[in-house]
Design a protein around this ligand. Structure first.
Ligand SMILES: [Zn+2]
Length: 369
């Protein structure tokens, strides 16, 4: 391109110099011819010279007419070449842009797909971890639930036979006849002291205060049956009515705690198993209960709170101390009923009494298993 331009410039330069030279000569010839017309005498050899330059001038003028056309043709060819080059370069550039663009687009799509896949895997992983965590939590809750459902085994039966015998000092705090208005303060004291007790509930009272039974159960206390009515003439009508009241009470407990499978396998006869006008019937009922996998337990020590209402704390403490004596394994009878407010007052002292003497506080989850 540069070469061609230079070539054209050179040609133009030559042409312009020749044009100037010839113009000068033409002027000289014209001047000479005019002089000759004016003075025909002056005609001599220069005539030849004038003819020579005239011919050259005419030839040049003639050939000079073709120069622009030759140049136009030359430019035309150059422009064509240039246009083709531009088209080729443009095409190459466009193709390159398309290729680069396509590659970038594909690259971006791949990157986006990879990011989405990584995100999907992460979400899936989180979901699996959440499911595993929920399953673990459910398994833990189920294990806890199962542990609180008493199961009567040979070991449990043997433990019950030896309930009043133990090498180590242990005390079962037991509360009969609840729930009542005193249940809440009793539970508060037990919670504060970190002690698990046993409640022998009456079905009729469970129906009146199910929330108290639920709380006692949730807090790890053992919930057993004391029958439904506590009315001797009703429960001791027959051995069958004893079993019926046991079941009636258990049903009320199940409703209260929301556990349809709950069965403590443990009963306390109202008034105790031995003695009284229904002694024989109670003995027979004990066998019927055993046939239905239900054990029964009385007590070997008491606070004396059944011997009157609002008995002074000192008297309850004295009765407790007197009935415990030197026993290693103590099942202490107390009451959770409306009139036994001094039992609540005495409870912290009763706990301190056993604690000071090195007793361990246990409930029937330790026995029936
Ligand atoms: Zn009772």
């Amino acid at each position: 391109m540069l070469y061609n331009k230079k070539k054209v410039e050179i040609i133009e330069g030559v042409k312009m110099r020749w044009t100037r030279v010839l113009a000068t000569k033409e002027q000289e010839v014209n001047t000479s011819e005019k002089a000759l017309i004016r003075n025909p005498e002056a005609q001599d050899s220069p005539k030849k010279s004038r003819g020579f330059f005239r011919n050259i001038i005419n030839k040049f003028k003639k050939s000079n007419k073709n120069i622009p056309e030759q140049h136009a043709s030359f430019y035309h060819i150059e422009e064509n070449k240039k246009s083709k080059m531009v088209i080729v370069i443009t095409t190459v550039l466009v193709v390159m842009v398309i290729i680069v663009g396509t590659v970038m687009l594909i690259s971006q799509n791949i990157k986006k797909a990879e990011e989405e896949e990584a995100k999907r895997i992460e979400i899936q992983k989180q979901r699996e971890e959440e499911i595993a965590r929920i399953e673990e939590e459910e398994a833990r809750k189920e294990a806890e639930r199962q542990a609180k459902l008493p199961k009567l085994t040979e070991e449990g039966i043997a433990n019950m036979e030896n309930i009043y015998h133990s090498d180590k000092k242990r005390v079962f705090l037991t509360f009969d006849d609840g729930p009542s208005k005193n249940t809440e303060p009793i539970l508060n004291i037990l919670q504060q002291e970190g002690i698990k007790a046993t409640f022998f509930e009456l079905g009729i009272n469970v129906e009146a205060k199910p929330e108290m039974v639920k709380r006692a159960y949730d807090e790890g206390h053992y919930i057993a049956s004391h029958g439904y009515s506590h009315v001797y003439s009703k429960i001791y009508t027959s051995t069958q009515t004893v079993l019926e009241e046991y079941n009636q009470c258990i049903q009320a407990i199940r409703n209260a705690i929301g556990e349809s499978e709950y069965d403590p396998h443990l009963f306390r006869f109202p008034g105790g198993l031995p003695g009284g006008p229904y002694a024989d019937l109670k003995k027979e009922a004990e066998q019927l209960l055993l046939q239905n996998n239900i054990l029964n337990i009385d007590w070997n020590a008491l606070s004396g709170d059944a011997e009157g209402n609002n008995l002074p704390v000192e008297k309850l403490m004295a009765r407790t101390d007197g009935s415990v004596g030197t026993k290693n394994s103590v099942v202490l009878l107390m009451h959770d009923s409306q009139a036994k407010t001094t039992t609540v007052e005495a409870l912290p002292q009763i706990i301190a009494y056993f604690r000071d003497r090195g007793y361990e506080f246990v409930n029937f989850y330790e026995i029936i298993k």
